[in-house]
Design a protein. Structure first.
Length: 99
């Protein structure tokens, strides 16, 4: 079977489509590798994990509170522990970000 000659206009359309796809791929890679976006993704993951830890601690505290009488210092102590844990986590993230 003989090769059919391709229409030059069709070849140009194929080239232009390939260029557009390549440009989209490059933009997507640049977005993924952007330090700003990487930091935002890291912070989002840290917030999600902190939320899960807070939920777990809350569940433990609620179960513990049901099992024994409540101390008047339980609330402030837990709030203080949460603030300290959050401050330490943020400090570690900021230190990691500087490296």
């Amino acid at each position: 079977m003989a090769d059919r000659a391709r229409d030059p206009a069709a070849i140009e359309r194929d080239i232009e489509q390939t260029r557009e796809e390549l440009a989209r791929s490059i933009d997507e890679l640049a977005d993924r590798l952007s330090p700003k976006h990487a930091a935002q993704r890291g912070m989002a993951r840290a917030k999600e994990e902190a939320g899960r830890v807070a939920e777990d601690i809350g569940a433990i505290v609620r179960k513990d509170a049901q099992d024994r009488p409540r101390s008047p210092l339980t609330g402030p102590v837990l709030i203080g522990a949460g603030v300290v844990a959050t401050a330490v986590a943020l400090r570690l993230l900021m230190r990691r970000r500087r490296r």
